[in-house]
Write a protein that binds this ligand. Structure first.
Ligand SMILES: NC(=O)c1ccc[n+]([C@@H]2O[C@H](COP(=O)([O-])OP(=O)(O)OC[C@H]3O[C@@H](n4cnc5c(N)ncnc54)[C@H](OP(=O)(O)O)[C@@H]3O)[C@@H](O)[C@H]2O)c1
Length: 328
């Protein structure tokens, strides 16, 4: 079979012919991979920087995908936690980490949408129980995950969605997807933090894909403008596009009913994620959530890998590619 193989964390994957793995045990199956997304998490896996990295090499990257089981059934699967990822013609699937897909589901759409979508879907259902009517600020709303968060907050009954990000075109497009207010983070960080404070003082939840300076600078401007500081504000750390660390002002934690939690692998159990997948898949398959996939044959991974990640689209690799796909 062919796979993308990482042999050093200093260089990207290479497309190589390797021996297909053999399933062992009743929970494993060798599946044909139909589509797998190049999520930011996959890049972090392939360069060894993700917090779950075991530093095991060589590794086949890819954390999830859509596969066809030997009995012909389509599944969405989360790759096993070893070095055998989904960027391959075939992969070993742990059937306990796979959920059935409707026979007419679009593998590319599911592969593009699941990772960015689960970042807010699972958060709003498993890290907190968001009640309809909640008000939410999405920090970093212009990326694939932020765009999903806008739509998912709407689906879950948010009464006000404030979407903040840098890219003006993308920000504008978020109003069509459900954002009530869009806020620019471009320009002077202190000015942006003040605007966030003015617009978001009454939110119940912050879904934070940025962390770093935007988070640290905007906490006090938001908290000090609240009409009732004893009303809970839950700040949920999901991504760290603006920095892995943030200098949290101590006064933020004293001066208001304010809690900071995180959401990701580890803070939600695998069983918790799996339990949410069927409803999320249904929402994607029914077209309730918009994703922007761009498809490449897996055989072109070396060229695609070298391009900077485009936050407007989610790259999806199709291992058994047809010839009419875009090429480099
Ligand atoms: N915990 C989870 O469950 C989970 C799941 C999925 C993703 N994530 C994390 O969420 C984050 C976003 O993922 P994604 O899939 O949305 O990535 P993406 O599609 O590549 O989008 C990244 C976004 O971040 C923005 N950005 C980058 N640096 C910024 C900065 N300094 N200030 C403001 N905006 C900035 C980019 O805006 P521009 O267009 O202006 O550059 C872009 O809109 C990543 O950290 C990812 O690891 C977490």
């Amino acid at each position: 079979m062919y796979a993308a193989v990482v042999r050093s964390f200093d260089s990207g994957p290479k497309y190589e012919k390797i021996a297909a793995p053999a399933p062992s045990g009743e929970h494993e199956a060798l599946a044909e991979v139909l589509a797998a997304g190049l999520h930011l998490r996959v890049r972090a896996q392939a360069n060894g920087s993700h917090y779950t990295s075991t530093e095991e090499l060589p590794l086949i990257p890819g954390i999830d995908g859509v596969g066809r089981l030997p009995d012909g059934k389509l599944v969405y699967f989360v790759a096993t936690d070893n070095a055998q990822g989904s960027f391959a013609d075939q992969t070993l699937i742990d059937l306990r980490r796979a959920v059935p897909l409707p026979a007419d589901a679009d593998p590319v759409l599911i592969a593009a949408a699941m990772n960015p979508a689960m970042s807010s879907w699972v958060t709003l259902r498993r890290r907190i129980q968001a009640k309809p009517g909640f008000k939410v600020l999405i920090l970093g709303a212009t990326g694939n995950s932020g765009q999903m968060a806008v739509q998912i907050a709407k689906l879950m009954g948010a009464s006000q969605i404030i979407a903040a990000g840098r890219n003006p075109d993308r920000l504008r497009s978020l109003t069509q997807l459900g954002a009530d207010v869009v806020l620019s983070l471009a320009g002077d960080p202190l000015t942006a933090a003040r605007s966030l404070g003015e617009a978001s003082a009454e939110v119940d939840i912050v879904l934070d894909y940025l962390w770093g300076e935007p988070a640290a600078l905007s906490m006090l401007p938001i908290l000090t403008r609240r009409s009732d500081r004893s009303r809970l504000l839950t700040w949920i750390q999901i991504g760290s596009m603006a920095g892995a660390d943030a200098a949290i002002p101590s006064a933020a934690l004293r001066s208001a009913n304010f809690q900071i939690i995180g959401s990701g692998q580890g803070s939600v159990t695998p069983a918790g994620y799996l339990a949410e997948f069927p409803a999320l898949i249904q929402a994607i398959a029914e077209g309730q959530l918009t994703a922007n996939p761009i498809v490449y044959p897996l055989s072109q991974i070396e060229q695609v890998w070298k391009t900077s990640a485009d936050s407007q689209q989610r790259i999806v690799f199709v291992p058994q590619a047809e010839t009419d796909l875009p090429s480099f």
